[in-house]
Design a protein around this ligand. Structure first.
Ligand code: ADP
Ligand code: ZN
Ligand code: ZN
Length: 745
């Protein structure tokens, strides 16, 4: 007998956070009301011997009443936490990156919500006078002075008071408060933290007027704002100081006026305070933050505020990308070329690429900002997929820095510093201006060698040398946690002299202190800024002009403004020229431009000196003589001739194991499988050892798949991935797939 329509069983399609590439089917819990259960809610389900929190992706009706499935335990939310477009994005990302959907969906949620905590913002109690309280003269309180004082406070201030504010005024506020409540002199009112969901009137959005935009800025703002209701990718290109942030601010203003939300992604946590400050000065609205230095609950509040539309601006790093937006209006991704937008473990997504897809699904514009757009971005501009908005000059009065190559072949060096650089430093310091030196290697020296027998300090667990750290007197591996005391005698011959070879920031710092004893040197690298607050302290010292020479690693390259720096020296650019990764030249050029951009802000022009032994290198000379764009054209041409991305598409399979054979066997099997499944031209490179074959005791190998067509590569991977999961050889290794790899090491 056919069952009546309403009794047709529903099946819940649920994503569970385990490494499996599919959804799980459950029957709804008791008391199921199909109108109230929507995709985007969290569901508690039995799983194995225990329970898990899953995410409802879809409900499907089935006519088959005989299906035997487990029943979900409970629906945790009364409303969807993610919209259907957000679910579509996550499903797309799981497909594109061939990553287990449950793990992808889990990355969209803050930790507490993943664990099933309630999706609620904290409620604050406020107290205010009742009509009775307002007219109470206070005679009744003669014997209760505490209550009398508190009542006076309410009457005289005539505002609402939170418990926190009362606690500041009164040592013991609880008892009198309770008594006044009992006497109905005051009453409590609860409110959820964050903005009320009412929109702010347009004229009240600005706290401070916008700057008057220069013509290039006006054009950029007008172009983006003409397209606020549809998808478009804009590339806002301009050097540091060209006024990109001002353009963002003025576009955001228009988005806020339309009562829409803005998501802003930055590559670095350290950059958020600066930008937050500027946003706060400009806008009369709360700004939500989301990055890994915040506590889980702080991130969860930011997430919920955006999700509920209680906040209009979210500033965050890569992980903030999936924060739900109730009224999405614009996405901005600043420093779009930056490698940290690519997640390098687990779900290896590119926040830039997924953000573009998100904007497309939401039908809103996305603005990618950079002084040095990535080569693939440049390619997309050429293909007219992205629109270029250029800010050619520095905003305000600042002049662009002048770059010079400093040929150091056969020149005497003092701890890596050539005479012309030292002379310029002396002159700059004499004028009371700051010098910035860049060396991308921390520690004292990258090698410790014995002059007697040639012994070299190697890491036992990695295929690499140990780095000398002289202030701590240790040898440290920069790839695993291994650390040894600095040996007094050579472990090989006992008698030879141990010599540190090569330069690290610590060594240059020592040299600078000896060469410029009158000047203060600040070193900024991961070692010197480990203590909490250290980086902020040093940045402030530099800002306040209490430092003369700033020496650092790539930590310097990003965003920080050093208005008094007029000379920048890059101590060693050659090591970047010989990278085994084809991304090497692009990354080097971006780094040079970023570091150079620290100089000559405000009204002082800057000089940039690059020490090199390869002054004829075509990419370097193109960059110095004609700037980043010419360099990028050339680099793109080289990629084209070599059929490398963006002219082809890559997927990298990495495998590692303690046993050296296992990853090779697995990847050989993977290669054979790929060969047999491929229907279209596919190049298979490897298996080859990773550039660092042994790291932290495990051997690492990789297999690169490359195709001229994205679709055919992905069609192949779709078949290959389940087959790889079945491979016996795969059980003996840890392996992963990296789509569009940014780092081939
Ligand atoms: P970017 O983000 O490209 O580094 P900013 O927006 O921070 O550039 O601008 C650099 C400096 O120039 C800032 O001090 C900013 O206040 C100033 N500035 C930007 N636009 C203008 C403008 N239109 N008029 C005057 N000053 C401007
Ligand atoms: Zn020796
Ligand atoms: Zn190591």
């Amino acid at each position: 007998m056919p069952i009546p329509f309403t009794q047709h069983p529903y099946i819940l399609k649920i994503a569970i956070t385990i490494p499996v590439h599919r959804l799980f089917d459950y029957l709804p819990p008791d008391g199921f009301d199909p109108d109230k259960i929507k995709p985007g809610m969290r569901v508690e389900v039995p799983f194995g011997k225990g329970k898990k929190i899953g995410f409802l992706m879809a409900t499907v009706k089935t006519c088959d009443s005989s299906i035997k499935l487990k029943q979900a335990v409970a629906i945790l939310d009364s409303d969807s936490l993610l919209s259907s477009k957000e679910l579509t994005l996550l499903t797309w990302a799981a497909g594109y990156y061939h990553h287990p959907v449950g793990e992808v969906v889990a990355t969209a949620f803050p930790a507490g919500l993943r664990q099933g905590k309630p999706a609620a913002l904290p409620v604050h109690q406020h107290y205010h006078l009742t009509a009775e309280g307002r007219t109470e003269i206070g005679d009744n309180f003669k014997r209760a002075p505490a209550q009398q004082v508190m009542l006076r406070l309410f009457q005289e201030s005539d505002r609402t008071w939170s418990e926190a504010a009362l606690a500041e005024r009164f040592k013991r506020y609880r008892t009198p408060l309770k008594q006044l409540l009992a006497k109905k002199m005051i009453q409590a009112e609860s409110s959820v933290s964050g903005f009320s969901s009412d929109s702010i009137p347009a004229q009240a959005i600005l706290r401070q007027p916008a700057l008057s935009a220069n013509p290039a800025q006006q054009q950029a703002i007008a172009d983006v704002c003409a397209s606020l209701n549809r998808f478009n990718v804009f590339v806002l290109a301009g050097v540091t100081g060209s006024g990109k942030t001002e353009v963002y601010l003025q576009i955001i203003q228009q988005v806020l006026e339309r009562d829409r939300q803005v998501l802003i992604l930055l590559p670095e946590i350290n950059l958020t305070p600066q930008l937050e400050q500027r946003f706060k000065q400009r806008f009369n609205t709360e700004i939500a933050l989301s990055h890994s230095k915040l506590s889980d609950s702080e991130r969860q509040f930011a997430w919920l505020k955006m999700q509920q539309g209680r906040c209009t601006i979210l500033l965050g790093t890569r992980s903030a990308l999936f924060t739900p937006l109730s009224k999405p209006g614009l996405i901005i991704l600043d420093e779009e070329h930056d490698g940290s937008f690519k997640q390098q473990e687990g779900f290896r997504f590119s926040a830039r690429d997924v953000a573009i897809m998100r904007a497309k699904l939401l039908e809103i514009p996305i603005v990618l900002g950079s002084a040095t757009p990535a080569l693939e971005t440049l390619y997309n501009i050429k293909k007219k997929r992205f629109r270029l908005l250029e800010l050619p000059e520095r905003a305000g009065s600042a002049l662009p820095p002048v770059l010079h190559l400093l040929d150091i072949r056969n020149k005497p060096l003092q701890e890596g510093l050539a005479q012309p650089l030292l002379e310029q430093m002396t002159q700059t310091l004499a004028k009371g201006e700051q010098v910035l030196l860049f060396l991308n290697r921390r520690g004292f020296a990258p090698v410790l060698i014995c002059h007697g027998c040639g012994w070299v300090a190697r890491c036992r667990r990695c295929e690499t040398n140990l780095v000398v750290h002289s202030s701590e007197q240790v040898l440290r591996c920069h790839h695993c946690s291994q650390e040894n005391a600095l040996p007094k005698a050579c472990p090989g011959c006992q008698t030879g002299n141990l010599i540190p070879l090569g330069l690290g920031t610590e060594r240059v710092e020592q040299a600078l202190k000896a060469l410029f004893p009158e000047n203060r040197v600040i070193r900024l690298d991961r070692d010197s800024t480990q203590r909490k607050g250290a980086l902020e302290y040093y940045l402030n010292e530099i800002q306040q002009n209490r430092a003369d020479i700033i020496l650092g690693t790539q930590m310097l390259a990003k965003g920080h403004h050093f208005p008094n720096v007029t000379l920048v020296g890059l101590i060693d650019v050659d090591s970047g020229l010989f990278s085994t990764d084809f991304h090497g030249p692009e990354k080097l050029a971006q780094l040079i431009v970023q570091v150079a951009g620290r100089a000559g802000r405000a009204d002082k022009p800057g000089t940039v000196l690059l020490q090199t032994r390869r002054p004829e290198h075509p990419l370097l000379t193109a960059l110095i003589r004609h700037g980043y764009w010419r360099f990028a054209e050339m680099a793109l041409l080289e990629r084209k001739q070599a059929a490398l991305p963006p002219f082809s598409y890559q997927a990298l399979i990495r495998a590692q194991a303690i046993n050296k054979q296992a990853p090779q066997l697995f990847l050989q099997a993977a290669s054979r499988l790929a060969q047999s499944l491929a229907k279209q031209p596919l190049s298979i490179l490897g298996p080859v050892p990773a550039p660092m074959v042994k790291r932290a005791g495990v051997f690492r190998f990789q297999l690169l798949l490359q195709s001229p067509k994205r679709a055919s590569l992905h069609a192949l991977l779709k078949q290959l991935m389940p087959a790889l999961e079945e491979l016996k050889a795969g059980k003996k290794v840890r392996w992963s797939l990296d789509i569009d790899p940014m780092d081939l090491s």
